[in-house]
Design a protein around this ligand. Sequence first.
Ligand SMILES: *[C@@H]1O[C@H](CO)[C@@H](O)[C@H](O)[C@H]1NC(C)=O
Ligand SMILES: *[C@@H]1O[C@H](CO)[C@@H](O)[C@H](O)[C@H]1NC(C)=O
Ligand SMILES: *[C@@H]1O[C@H](CO)[C@@H](O)[C@H](O)[C@H]1NC(C)=O
Ligand SMILES: *[C@@H]1O[C@H](CO)[C@@H](O)[C@H](O)[C@H]1NC(C)=O
Ligand SMILES: *[C@@H]1O[C@H](CO)[C@@H](O)[C@H](O)[C@H]1NC(C)=O
Ligand SMILES: *[C@@H]1O[C@H](CO)[C@@H](O)[C@H](O)[C@H]1NC(C)=O
Length: 490
Amino acid sequence: MTKTAGGLTKLPLKPLLLLLLAFVFPERLRWLSSFEKMDIFDNSDLEYLVDEFHGFFDSEDDEPTGEVNVKSGGDSDFMDSDFEDDFDSTQSKTKSDTTAFEARNGEDIQGIPWERLNYSRDEYREKRLLQYKNFESLFRSRQELDKECLQVEKGKNFYEFQFNTRLVKSTIAHFQLRNLLWATSKHDVYFMKNYSLIHWSPLLQRGKEVLNVAKPIVPTMEQPGLLSHSLSRVQISTMAVKDDLIVAGGFQGELLCKKINEPGVAFCTKLTSAENDITNSVDIYNAPSGSLRVMTANNDCTVRLFDATNFTFINSFAFDWSVNNVSASPDGKLVAVLGDSPECLLTDAVSGKVVHGLQGHLDYSFSSAWHPNGQILATGNQDTTCRLWDVRNLSESLKVLKGNMGAIRALKFTCDGRFLAMAEPADFVHVFDTEAGYGSCQEIDLFGEIAGISFSPDTEALFVSVADRTYGSLLEFNRKRNRSYLDSIF
Ligand SMILES: *[C@@H]1O[C@H](CO)[C@@H](O)[C@H](O)[C@H]1NC(C)=O
Ligand SMILES: *[C@@H]1O[C@H](CO)[C@@H](O)[C@H](O)[C@H]1NC(C)=O
Ligand SMILES: *[C@@H]1O[C@H](CO)[C@@H](O)[C@H](O)[C@H]1NC(C)=O
Ligand SMILES: *[C@@H]1O[C@H](CO)[C@@H](O)[C@H](O)[C@H]1NC(C)=O
Ligand SMILES: *[C@@H]1O[C@H](CO)[C@@H](O)[C@H](O)[C@H]1NC(C)=O
Ligand SMILES: *[C@@H]1O[C@H](CO)[C@@H](O)[C@H](O)[C@H]1NC(C)=O
């Protein structure tokens, strides 16, 4: 995606940009002035600013310490209970966590001390909405778009704020790829923090490094014909976690597969030989035969399939453009292929043949999700919309859902199909009620870059990870159950 999106061509600019930033932003209250200064950068630079410079919210608060003590050793706890002894624990609690109780009493859910700042939250929100520049690859007129979009009733509260912890700070490797958070249960969350893949237990409030990809990685599985390849210093661009398997993709076309319960990395390889063929997307899915598969999508325009138990290569399919996201339908028969094209493709999972082209989006697409019933496909695009497609009639999209300011970079349905969560690159996650025809919605409003969103498989929790040097955190929202029957009793 980055070839045209300008991502990689901008890489050499990084040191310069950082220098510039160091010059432009004063040490303190950097984020307050940041939106005023931002217009000196063009679109793509803005994205880099945000990408490279997570200090968007740097204020007088120091980073909570403790969590920076990631040991590079494989299985080390980095948040041992004794870390709190290192400093005043009462203070650390108020600094790093926000509870539902505190939020109900008017505290900011991310712990941003608005009362100490010169702008109110509302004023800052207004400015952000006015000044945020969405990254576009194609500059097409979006005049007609608003007319097409579904009128949605906002203000619902399907998932209630439960907890925010700044002990969890995710990082993003590439500004267009925001699929770096996975919950395999309410109590098991996986995310990336620089070169560490970390498991976080919201129950124990404890994190553990599961894999360190800065060190050389030698695959443990040996088998003739396996295309494995030792790796080191992998910048994880995307990941997927399902049951006991973690699959991750890297900036230079890497693929890593790790069994959670086994030490080391079972299988890893470089999918491409070119330097910049970023692995944009990895997926774990069940083929119609029932066997588990790993699917990858790269900037080299190729989708590859592997067996997820012995990691043998199964097949590859080439397309005309860089593939940014793929997702297999629940029955494993269809694959949505999205990339550097306004057209999305529905392909046959076995032959790779295009079954249908999906037309309507105006820019490149980066995310997709299937409703568990297999009838609805959601596609997320840089044109700031998500389109819903009914596989029974693909002549045009069924509905268009619009974000507030940015591209739709992540989409997830709950396992029961009731809700669709849709994330922008920063600040907004929208949760739609599918049973209301997507016409009613909860808008989660926060500040910062979103590294990923994930529902727990039991649908009870929604996690959102924010990548920011100071206010980076993991937010947990819990599904609100209808308890009106209790109200009528008491
Ligand atoms: C905040 O506003 C006050 C009054 O307008 C001003 O004196 C002060 O310098 C401002 N502080 C910052 C950090 O901008
Ligand atoms: C990631 O690494 C950079 C550079 O070493 C460091 O400044 C930053 O604090 C790290 N981020 C997190 C979330 O640990
Ligand atoms: C890998 O597993 C698949 C089925 O899961 C099987 O068809 C294939 O023969 C296996 N390959 C090897 C080399 O064991
Ligand atoms: C498919 O949808 C289009 C547009 O809504 C409609 O015009 C067409 O009749 C539908 N086709 C079928 C076979 O239902
Ligand atoms: C495609 O995007 C969706 C939504 O962000 C994500 O859930 C899915 O895992 C992505 N697919 C792959 C293969 O990365
Ligand atoms: C909750 O229950 C009431 C009464 O049974 C019903 O009217 C309402 O629609 C329910 N709300 C949801 C969100 O299910």
